[in-house]
Design a protein around this ligand. Structure first.
Ligand SMILES: [Zn+2]
Length: 256
């Protein structure tokens, strides 16, 4: 099989002076997560790290000039691949094992997950037409030997904890449902929510092996009340409060 080799792996876009989003264009849409960089006064924040196919730390070298706090919104394969590159790794206790022992040891979807999980995604509304998670690889990375590397979790974060960048403070919101330890980072001063996979503008996944629909409903009720200006999700484009409420109400109508 011929497979394209590429010399740039990430793309990025500046949202404002301090926030940049990065993504992996050669990863299939289903697994292409948003990687957020927030510049702080004393510390920078990274929210999720992608698949771990290429070095995120190298990619970020030109915009990071301070200690980095690398948060995982949850432990799923597509959000945790490069946490091992960072000294400070923060995650909810229910998801820590997935960072310390990442289960992804293949870029072949069925080999990695099993056929039942893949069929479940199709039922949730994802067209799964690729057999691999990637459509190209960075030069020097081999399909056969790829495996995610373990990270060292340095801080367990839960509801109400504060992540302080010096000039910006993010409060941890525990938002379970998609996974037991899903969290969001809420900056009340600007109405900004980094929501991970608790909410994004695409088909939501609540039938994974550790998803919980009742918890997800509680999370959606909570999000309905949150005075957000902007939601930066784990996938798909960002959106405002009106769209958040549409998504939450549609979920509750379907599941409650
Ligand atoms: Zn997820």
């Amino acid at each position: 099989m011929t497979f394209p080799l590429v010399d740039t792996w990430f793309e990025r876009r500046k949202i404002d002076d301090d926030i940049t989003v990065l993504w992996e264009p050669h990863v299939i849409e289903l697994m292409r997560c948003n990687i957020w960089h927030v510049r702080g006064l004393n510390r920078d924040l990274i929210v999720d790290t992608g698949m771990g196919v290429a070095s995120l730390a190298t990619e970020l070298a030109d915009i990071v000039d301070k200690p980095v706090l690398a948060v995982a919104t949850h432990g799923h394969d597509d959000h945790i691949g490069s946490h091992h590159e960072f000294d400070s790794v923060l995650v909810h206790p229910a998801e820590a094992a997935q960072l310390e022992n990442p289960p992804l040891t293949s870029l072949d979807m069925v080999q990695a997950w099993g056929i039942e999980e893949v069929e479940g995604l199709a039922r949730a509304g994802y067209e799964v037409t690729d057999s691999l998670f990637v459509r190209a690889l960075p030069i020097g990375v081999e399909l056969e030997t790829f495996a995610q590397k373990p990270a060292r979790v340095t801080r367990l974060i839960d509801e109400g904890h504060i992540i302080d960048l010096g000039d910006r403070q993010f409060e941890v919101l525990h938002l379970p449902g998609h996974s037991p330890g899903s969290i969001g980072l809420w900056e009340a001063a600007t109405g900004t929510l980094f929501s991970g996979d608790a909410v994004y503008d695409g088909p939501l996944l609540d039938e994974l092996h550790h998803s919980n629909v009742a918890d997800y409903c509680t999370t959606m009720q909570r999000l309905l009340e949150l005075p957000v200006n902007v939601v930066h999700g784990g996938h798909d484009p960002s959106f405002g409060r009106e769209r958040l409420q549409q998504i939450a109400r549609a979920y509750l109508d379907r599941r409650l």
